[in-house]
Design a protein around this ligand. Structure first.
Ligand SMILES: [Zn+2]
Length: 247
């Protein structure tokens, strides 16, 4: 635990070029699923809460049911949050106003997507454009070497390059290199080994909003790995506007 706390503190120090605001940000963690439901969702929730506590950067609230979405994700209710996480959400979520949600992000809010967040709203292209890519498929869980594409970003600063991970590795479609900033990718197809470019972690700007996505985190032991928590911490802080300016 001490080691984890140290890494998180280091990530925070590395990414916070400006002093933290006195008031912690408010983060809404959404885990409603309309397709596949990951067993690792409670672990993702716990890790997100731990990072908020150890960094002091944010507090968490949860939207776990359709009723929660109806109550907490109207455009009026969203005004009380600074960011939203889609923690392995799947399918067409019954948001009160899905376009209003995207507009809320574009107004200068944070959006963080974990793993199946790209397997969400498959029939709503504006959401896919906002998150920057769409889940295509995955093969068997496999060990891959994650290649850091930008060692200076708060989410990847200090990350071993390569970093080996055993996880379910997504293939992504509708990804546009020109509209995203890739942080982590593979240089070969995870299950077949054929050469190519396979993005897994990226950021983008959505209007005045900031988007951080990681395709990793199917497995609980990945979600709880120090390097993953450090990456997620840096990504969340960046999305909240703490740390380096957008690029
Ligand atoms: Zn998965």
């Amino acid at each position: 635990m001490k080691h984890t706390a140290f890494l998180l503190a280091a990530a925070l120090a590395a990414s916070a070029s400006a002093p933290l605001a006195a008031e912690p940000k408010k983060l809404l963690v959404v885990s409603v699923t309309k397709g596949f439901r990951h067993d690792s969702i409670p672990t993702a929730e716990r890790v997100l809460e731990q990072i908020g506590k150890s960094s002091g950067a944010y507090t968490v609230d949860y939207a776990r049911t359709d009723a929660d979405l109806a109550a907490k994700m109207t455009t009026a209710a969203l005004a009380s949050y600074d960011g939203v996480v889609f923690a392995s959400t799947t399918g067409d979520l019954p948001l009160p106003d899905r376009q209003g949600f995207l507009d809320w992000i574009a107004s200068g809010k944070a959006f963080i997507g974990i793993h199946a967040a790209t397997d969400t709203f498959p029939g709503f292209p504006p959401y896919i454009a906002m998150i920057g890519g769409q889940f295509l498929s995955h093969g068997a869980q496999v060990k891959v070497d994650l290649l850091v594409q930008d060692p200076d970003h708060p989410a990847t600063k200090g990350m071993a390059n390569p970093t080996s991970v055993f996880d379910e590795i997504y293939l992504i479609k509708k990804f546009d290199k020109a509209k995203t900033h890739t942080l982590v990718a593979l240089d070969k197809q995870p299950n077949e080994g054929t050469p190519g470019f396979f993005p897994l972690v990226w950021t983008r700007e959505h209007g005045k909003g900031r988007v951080f996505y990681t395709a990793l985190g199917h497995r609980e032991d990945v979600l709880e790995a120090d390097w993953f928590k450090k990456q997620l911490t840096g990504g969340i802080l960046w999305a909240f506007g703490k740390g380096v300016p957008p690029k």
